[in-house]
Design a protein around this ligand. Structure first.
Ligand SMILES: [Ca+2]
Ligand SMILES: [Ca+2]
Length: 640
């Protein structure tokens, strides 16, 4: 071998060595990998957008939203960045409780469309990358369901489909219900059936008889309902009123709560025999297994999931995730604490406590979830005040885990509180009567979606819509917010965009009250700029000193600011350590801000690009080396 060859061989060896040094180290490889694949299943960081189909979009001018209406708006959902949408019930129903009284669990309500419309909805959504979640209402059916008619007639096989009981005679010999249980919607939970000569249980309206889940035939029939829709391609279910599934079999009276003097009010008793019975958990676990088995049998599609609706105690909700023996239940037991446990009176400590308690109690390895609104509760703008809309969306979108949002919250839509008694259609409001209906009516949160300033807010061509449109639609509508330079919708969209960052998907989380008015939290992840969210829950402007909360407060960049903020996204904020007032963060009343704390002076996106370049460079280098080795005939290189 000539000295020349030896030199070439040595250079090649050196190159090889250099190359191995430059190649991504194991930790770097994992970093590169996590840029695209961060081991989080689709639902664990999803934005679930609840659609109230009756009020979303009317395609045929009858004043009622429908499936073709939803299909026409799927591109809007995709553009907004929604992962999945859960639809309030779209099944055949006499509409006593607007679809929560189902007369056939396997067919579509004709005023919403046909089965082929539904199939089109699933396919179009899939094409746009949106998953469809259906509302599963197991606790009861409509009294118009075939099952109930057969059960009332004691038809063979259907006798025990519902919860039937004899009444009792009072001192005067007058027939009375079997016990003192009340309906959630006011009045006795028992209704006499003349045909069967027995009372049946209804935890909701009397047109919603409770199914008997102690009957295995009923369990089987409802399993078939789930499988029917899974076979249509849905990604899972939101399970309605799950903690009402079982009642004590011996029908004892419930003890008085002392909270109400009205024996017909739901608050009159403590619901120890009709709610949160241990059997509920077994049923949730049973459905989880059904979903897991289905996912295992159809691995070509993603995980089928369950979200459960239960206004229950923290311990019960955590057992839904996973019980003490490790049996899995609901993927997402809805966390309603932002609806039930904080309000416009709450201070920063209440908010921090509210977030912490869920995270502390949640069993490890599960995804947190935060529900900011739904069709049963006042809207964010009405609950916290319209100035809070952006701050609440910031909170929702930057906390760890899953965001659950209600249609219209992206615009900051407001409750329409002036719906008259004549226009009122919600069953509990009708039951409460003309004097009290406004206290319980859910109609104000269900008014049509405000698409534009056209007739009926662009919702419908009808002369009259099923619920009136909020008159503020002329200013408050999607089209206006899309065109405006600053709007709630733009804030919402930029939050969803930001949410895609690995740091918001996987970053560690810590939260603190900075005062009674302001709290802050941060998300941290190795090699990423820390994200800091600061929220003022008071009705006054606040000057916020962040020096104790963050490491290097002189380098902050605004990621998202609210519509009224004086800070612009992309702007640098220099906060000095000398605590002079002029250099503190200024947050207007009820405002929030999302900031990044710059560590490397380079954005995460740019860093990702640099990593990609290094990776590409390595590939080229290896290719060059291989080519060189081949040209110089590796076998001839002799180091003897
Ligand atoms: Ca329609
Ligand atoms: Ca029940």
């Amino acid at each position: 071998m000539s000295p020349g060859h030896q030199i070439i061989g040595a250079i090649q060896l050196l190159l090889l060595l250099l190359c191995s040094l430059l190649l991504p180290t194991p930790s770097m490889t994992s970093l590169l990998k996590t840029e695209t694949d961060d081991f989080i299943d689709w639902w664990q960081h999803a934005v679930f957008y609840q659609i109230y189909p009756r009020s979303f979009k009317d395609s045929n001018g009858d004043g009622i939203g429908d499936l073709q209406g939803i299909i026409s708006k799927l591109p809007y959902l995709a553009e907004t960045g929604i992962t999945a949408t859960w639809l309030s019930p779209i099944f055949q129903s006499p509409m006593v409780d607007f679809g929560y009284d189902i007369s056939d669990f396997k067919s579509i309500q004709s005023e919403y469309g046909s089965m082929s419309d539904f199939e089109e909805l699933v396919h179009t959504a899939a094409r746009l990358g949106i998953k469809i979640i259906l509302d599963f209402v197991p606790n009861h059916s409509s009294n118009q369901h075939e099952w109930f008619k057969k059960s009332a007639a004691r038809a063979a096989g259907f006798e025990d489909y519902y919860v039937w009981a004899d009444g009792q005679l009072d001192e005067l010999g007058v027939r009375q219900p079997p016990n003192n249980w009340q309906s959630v919607f006011y009045g006795s939970a028992w209704e006499w059936n003349e045909q069967r000569k027995q009372y049946y249980l209804h935890q909701f309206t009397k047109e919603q008889p409770d199914l008997n889940f102690r009957n295995p035939v009923v369990v089987q029939a409802m399993d078939e309902v789930l499988l029917f829709w899974l076979n249509k391609g849905v990604a899972g279910f939101r399970i309605d009123a799950v903690n009402h599934l079982f009642e004590n079999e011996t029908l004892p009276d419930e003890p008085l709560s002392g909270q109400s003097t009205d024996p017909l009010s739901y608050d009159y008793t403590k619901h120890i025999y009709t709610k949160d019975l241990p059997e509920v958990l077994s049923m949730v676990q049973h459905w989880r297994k059904l979903l897991d088995d289905y996912t295992a049998q159809h691995p070509e599609d993603s995980t089928r999931i369950m979200m459960t609706e239960a206004y229950a105690g923290l311990t019960e909700l955590m057992n839904y995730y996973e019980d003490s023996s490790g049996i899995m239940g609901s993927h997402l037991p809805f966390n309603f604490h932002f609806i039930t446990d904080v309000n416009r009176e709450s201070d920063a400590r209440d908010f921090v406590y509210n977030v912490e308690k869920w995270l502390i109690y949640m069993p490890r390895g599960h995804a947190a979830n935060w529900v900011i609104g739904n069709h049963d509760n006042p809207r964010v703008a009405s609950r916290f005040g319209s100035a809070s809309v952006d701050a609440m969306n910031m909170l929702l979108m930057t906390l760890p885990g899953v965001a659950v949002t209600y249609n219209g919250e992206e615009l900051g839509m407001e409750d329409y509180r002036d719906i008259s008694w004549k226009e009122t259609v919600d069953p509990p409001a009708r039951n409460a009567g003309e004097l009290k209906f406004k206290m319980v009516s859910r109609d104000p949160v269900r008014t049509p979606f405000q698409w534009s300033n056209a007739t009926n807010a662009g919702f419908s061509e009808a002369a009259k819509t099923w619920l009136p449109v909020h008159p503020n639609y002329l200013e408050m509508n999607l089209e206006a917010q899309q065109q405006a330079a600053k709007s709630h919708y733009r804030v919402y969209r930029s939050l969803i965009e930001l949410r895609k960052l690995p740091i918001l998907r996987r970053g560690k989380f810590s939260i603190e009250p900075l005062s009674r008015a302001v709290f802050a939290f941060k998300r941290t992840l190795k090699d990423y700029d820390t994200i800091i969210v600061v929220i003022n829950v008071s009705g006054k402007e606040q000057l916020v000193n962040l020096t104790d909360f963050i490491d290097r407060p002189q380098q902050l960049i605004v990621e998202v600011a609210g519509v009224d903020s004086s800070y612009e996204p992309g702007a640098f904020i220099f906060l000095a350590n000398n605590r002079s007032v002029s250099q503190q963060l200024r947050l207007s009343a009820s405002a929030g801000i999302v900031l990044t704390e710059k560590q490397w002076g380079m954005s995460p996106q740019r860093r990702a690009l640099v990593r990609q370049l290094i990776k590409s460079f390595n590939v080229v280098l290896v290719a060059l080396l291989m080519y060189n080795l081949w040209r110089h005939k590796w076998t001839k290189v002799n180091f003897n």
